[in-house]
Design a binder for this molecule. Structure first.
Ligand SMILES: Nc1ncnc2c1ncn2[C@@H]1O[C@H](COP(=O)(O)OP(=O)(O)OP(=O)(O)O)[C@@H](O)[C@H]1O
Ligand SMILES: [Mg+2]
Length: 250
């Protein structure tokens, strides 16, 4: 597998007022990798992800995303965001637009395609998430899992070089989680590079090429899924994982 980095984060820091929530994060995602970030609530996972496409402005550090120096004021942010897709926990679909209109809107804003080309590209993206037959449905007529798959279609339609996922299944009823995780696995098989913040430990263990455990605004431990889940080195990782295991067996 190609081992060139699509995303490289170096000594990333972010403060809100006096509180430093990212305290020097280093992280790398290589081309074609699925990297999962796990860690307790408040450890800075979302903040780190949002810094990568400037939804949050870092206080210090360096982020290279597909060659864009994200913090360089000369960087064209819109161009950078075409390469760095994002899928949110709450889907963020427009409720007054159909599935295909939601996907098309993003395409039209970003790529200056004609109407027919936009529609074809949007439909192709919906097909990849198994929802071509729901193209004309309104979000309210879709299950949460289907809405999230539209959110994924919207991201992939723009042909990003990497997609950032922030807990994409956390707002879903348990029976809908697997559909969305299945789509993410397929994306990975198709070669998409993905950075996924998740509380789905089974998914991270089974599907991730690399797992990063964050706590207190730093990366405490990282390695292969087998290393991190089966032989964690750090006490904090062990205690986090044991809480998960005890929760899932109750
Ligand atoms: N806009 C903000 N203003 C002030 N503090 C913030 C802001 N956003 C996040 N924080 C703080 O930064 C810390 C990290 O938050 P973040 O949302 O990144 O954590 P997280 O790891 O994603 O947690 P969770 O698993 O609950 O989603 C938290 O202590 C949070 O309260
Ligand atoms: Mg979060």
């Amino acid at each position: 597998m190609n081992s060139s980095p699509i995303l490289q984060i170096t000594d990333l820091r972010k403060s809100y007022g006096q509180t430093e929530v990212l305290r020097g994060v280093n992280l790398r995602v290589n081309a074609g990798q699925l990297v999962c970030v796990i860690g307790p609530s408040g450890s800075g996972k979302s903040t780190m992800l949002r810094c990568c496409n400037l939804l949050e402005v870092p206080t210090a550090g360096k982020i290279l995303a597909n060659g864009h120096d994200v913090l360089d004021p000369r960087t064209n942010v819109n161009r950078m965001r075409q390469d760095v897709g994002m899928v949110f926990q709450q889907f963020n679909l427009y409720s007054h637009l159909t599935a295909i209109q939601n996907v098309s809107l993003a395409l039209r804003k970003v790529q200056k395609l004609g109407r027919a080309e936009t529609k074809a590209a949007a439909l192709a993206a919906l097909e990849r998430v198994g929802l071509a037959h729901k193209a004309d449905a309104m979000p309210a007529q879709l299950s949460g899992g289907q809405q999230q798959r539209v959110g994924i279609a919207r991201a992939i339609a723009l042909k990003p070089k990497i997609i950032l996922f922030d807990e994409p299944t956390s707002a879903l009823d348990p029976e809908l989680v697997d559909d969305v995780l299945g789509v993410m696995r397929q994306l990975r098989e198709s070669g998409m590079t993905m950075l996924v913040v998740t509380h789905e430990m089974g998914f991270a263990h089974a599907a991730a090429d690399h797992v990063v455990f964050m706590d207190g605004g730093v990366v405490v431990e990282e390695g292969s899924a087998a290393d991190v889940f089966e032989q964690p080195r750090e006490t904090r990782t062990r205690s986090f994982l044991s809480r998960y295991i005890s929760r899932s067996t109750h």
